[in-house]
Design a protein around this ligand. Structure first.
Ligand code: HEM
Length: 211
């Protein structure tokens, strides 16, 4: 650990500190407020789930393709993969997987494909943003959806259910420890923190397109 890291904490802490403002921005907006307050429409939520499906297909494919890369492989946790859960939710909301994706979701997926081809270590930023986000605020969003659509059980909210994770806090701790141990150079860490801000922006572009 360098002197600077000792002062600033590890890489997971750098990611959190570097994205605090971006997180606040991502939490605002009409669509996200509607999710939290349980006032979102079924049609808008269905389009959101479809957008997430487009993004997660690209993200999970990118991570898997670089599973042998020691900078990325340790972060490939099958228990947080979301494509199958999103497909269950798409079926529940009556949205075809083959529907035309939101332009913002397609743009995010293309960005991920570009990183996978040219700067795969930057995928770490997107894995971090989505995984810790889904395991944190995602649980609050689930309650809003249950209110909005009168849902019970896991029908329609499969995306927020991590069947293979027994204790979310323990898993998040392990995920942060894994981030801290990734063999990224100082320069690569800085790039990944920058990329994480971009990850929040790309996610926010999707929710802002919906309301
Ligand atoms: C209204 C919506 C949201 C709420 C209520 C919310 C809430 C939270 C809360 C309470 C935490 C802290 C959990 C902890 O420290 O264990 C957290 C962390 C996090 N959230 Fe959100 N969030 C929201 C939206 C988002 C969005 C849209 C993203 C990105 C797509 C996101 C990504 C993250 C990440 C990456 C963390 C982990 C921060 C870290 O400890 O490094 N959140 N969120």
């Amino acid at each position: 650990m360098t002197a600077m890291e000792r002062l600033q904490g590890g890489f997971a802490q750098r990611l959190r500190a570097g994205t605090t403002a971006a997180h606040q921005h991502a939490e605002s907006g009409t669509f996200v407020r509607g999710l939290l307050e349980g006032t979102v429409s079924r049609a808008a939520y269905g389009r959101f789930v479809h957008g997430l499906h487009t993004v997660y297909e690209a993200l999970e494919a990118g991570l898997r393709a670089h599973g042998h890369d020691p900078r990325i492989g340790p972060l490939v946790f099958p228990e947080v993969e979301r494509v199958a859960a999103l497909e269950a939710d798409l079926a529940f909301f009556g949205v075809e997987v083959s529907a035309e994706p939101l332009a913002e979701a397609r743009a995010y997926a293309r960005h991920l494909e570009g990183l996978s081809a040219r700067a795969p270590h930057r995928l770490v930023a997107h894995a971090y943003t989505r995984t810790l986000g889904d395991l944190s605020g995602g649980q609050t969003l689930r309650r809003g959806l249950e209110r909005a659509f009168g849902l019970t059980g896991t029908a329609g909210v499969a995306f927020y259910v991590f069947e293979r994770i027994a204790d979310v806090d323990t898993f998040k701790h392990r995920y942060r420890a894994t981030l801290d141990a990734l063999p990224l150079s100082e320069q690569e860490q800085t790039e990944v923190v920058d990329e994480a801000v971009r990850a929040f922006e790309l996610n926010a572009a999707i929710t802002r397109a919906l309301g």
